[in-house]
Design a protein around this ligand. Structure first.
Ligand code: SF4
Length: 384
C-alpha cells in the first residue's frame, strides 16, 4: 500500500541530494530522460546514460560523475519500471508511492480520523498531513496513464476538505481512465455542499466506499467509537447519491457486528437500494483488530448461515453484493459466486494447508496477518 512499503538500507554512491524527492522508474530503453526519471540498472559494468534524476542500481559499480546513484538492497528488489518512488537520501529510505506491477495501489492521504473503530487496521494519528498531500499531488503526474485503479485511504480522507476535492481533480486531469475509490466513513459528506463539490469534479469513474456496521445507531456508534456517527454516515450516503456519486457500503463481520448482520442486510435492502455495491468483509487482524482479537474474532465457518441470509436479502433486492477477504473453503457453496479476490497482492498469502488445493486460483487466500488467527475449517478442494 502506498507510503507503507518503506524499507531502510538504500546505499548512496557518491554525491546525493539532501531533501527527499520523487522519481518515476524508467529502463535504459526509455529514450531521453525527463526531470523526474530514475534509471533502473541491472548491469555490472559499462557507461550509464547521463541526465537522469537518480540511478537505482542492482550492483555496486563506478559512477563517479553521477549524482544520486544508489545501490538497492535485497528488500528493494520489487522495484520495477513504472513505479513511482520517494527517495529520502538522508535517511537511506526508499518508499513505494505507486507500484506499476501491483493489482491495487492506494494513496494514504491522512492519518487523522474522527472515528476510532474497535477493529481499525490503520489506527489514527493526529498528524499534520499538509506536506503528505502536497507530495501526493506532485506524484500523481508521474503515474502511468494506463493505471487501472487507485484508492484514496486514511485515516479519514474527507477531513482534508477542499484538498480532497483538489486531489480528485488532479487524478481526473492526469489519469482520466483510472478508477478512483475513496475509502471514507462518510460523515463529512452529510454536508450536501461537500458532497456536491466532489460530484462537481465529474470524475468519470469514482466510487466512495463507506463502512456501515449496523442498522441501529447505537451499535454502529459503538463500533466506530463516535456518538452520532451513524446518523452522519447515513446522511452522507444519501447526500453523495443525491449528488450523483457512486457509493459502496462496507460491513466488516466480527463478534460486535455479527448479531446485526441479517438485520443490516434487511435495512439496506429496504432503505438503501440506491447504493451501487455492498461488500461483506472478514476482519483483517492488524492494528486495533489485532489488539482486540480475542474480543472480536469469530471463525467465518461459524457465521455461514447468517452470511447466506444477508446475501440473499441483498441479492434479492437487486443489489450488487461481494464477499471480501474470505477463503473459499470456509464459505457455504451457495456463496462462492459472490466471493472476490480482494486482498492486495503485497499482503496476500496462502497457508501450507492450501498446497494442492484445486481451487487456489479462484480463492482470495489470506491476509499475511492471518498467521495470528485463521479459520479452523481450511480444507483444500480436490475438484476444480
Ligand atoms: S484450501 Fe483452497 S479454498 Fe481453502 S483457503 Fe486454501 S486455497 Fe483457499
Amino acid at each position: 500500500m502506498l507510503l507503507k512499503l518503506s524499507a531502510r538500507g538504500l546505499r548512496p554512491l557518491g554525491a546525493c541530494s539532501e531533501e527527499p524527492f520523487l522519481v518515476r522508474v524508467v529502463g535504459s530503453d526509455a529514450g531521453a530522460p525527463g526531470p523526474h526519471d530514475a534509471l533502473l540498472d541491472r548491469s555490472t559494468e559499462g557507461p550509464l546514460p547521463r541526465g537522469h534524476r537518480a540511478y537505482l542500481l542492482h550492483h555496486r559499480r563506478d559512477v563517479a560523475a553521477l549524482r544520486d546513484a544508489y545501490v538497492l538492497g535485497a528488500e528493494h528488489r520489487y522495484v520495477g519500471v513504472g513505479d513511482v518512488l520517494r527517495i529520502d537520501p538522508a535517511r537511506g529510505v526508499l518508499t513505494a508511492v505507486y507500484r506499476a506491477g501491483a493489482a491495487t495501489n492506494s494513496l494514504l492521504v491522512t492519518e487523522r480520523c474522527d472515528n476510532f473503530c474497535v477493529m481499525c487496521s490503520q489506527p489514527p494519528n493526529d498528524l499534520d498531513d499538509h506536506a503528505r498531500v502536497e507530495e501526493l499531488e506532485r506524484a500523481i503526474p508521474l503515474i502511468a496513464s494506463d493505471a487501472r485503479e487507485i484508492g484514496i485511504t486514511g485515516g479519514e480522507p474527507a477531513l482534508l476538505g477542499p484538498r480532497l476535492i483538489r486531489l480528485v481533480e488532479r487524478l481526473a486531469t492526469h489519469l482520466p481512465t483510472t478508477s478512483v475509490h475513496i475509502l471514507s466513513n462518510g460523515r463529512r459528506f452529510a454536508d450536501p455542499t461537500f458532497a456536491r463539490a466532489l460530484a462537481a469534479v465529474a470524475h468519470p469513474d469514482l466510487m466512495v466506499g463507506i463502512p456501515l456496521y449496523a442498522d441501529v445507531a447505537d451499535v454502529h456508534d459503538y463500533v466506530v467509537q463516535a456518538r452520532g456517527a451513524f446518523d452522519e454516515t447515513v446522511r452522507g450516503i444519501v447526500a453523495l447519491k443525491r449528488a450523483g456519486v457512486a457509493v459502496e457500503l462496507r460491513f466488516v463481520v466480527h463478534r460486535e457486528t455479527i448479531e446485526g448482520l441479517v438485520s443490516f442486510a434487511r435495512f439496506v435492502a429496504r432503505n438503501l437500494t440506491f447504493v451501487d455495491h455492498v461488500a461483506l468483509m472478514a476482519l483483517e487482524p492488524v492494528g486495533f483488530a489485532r489488539a482486540h482479537l480475542d474480543r472480536l474474532w469469530i471463525d467465518p465457518v461459524d457465521y455461514g448461515d447468517a452470511l447466506t441470509e444477508a446475501v440473499r436479502w441483498l441479492d434479492t433486492a437487486g443489489l450488487t453484493v461481494s464477499i471480501y477477504n474470505h477463503p473459499l473453503c470456509v464459505l457455504p457453496a451457495g456463496l462462492h459466486r459472490f466471493a472476490r479476490k480482494s486482498i492486495s497482492d503485497w499482503k496476500n498469502l496462502y497457508l501450507d494447508a492450501c498446497d494442492g488445493c484445486a481451487r487456489r486460483e479462484a480463492c482470495g487466500g489470506f491476509f499475511a496477518s492471518a498467521t495470528v488467527r485463521h479459520s479452523r475449517a481450511i480444507t483444500p478442494f480436490s475438484d476444480p
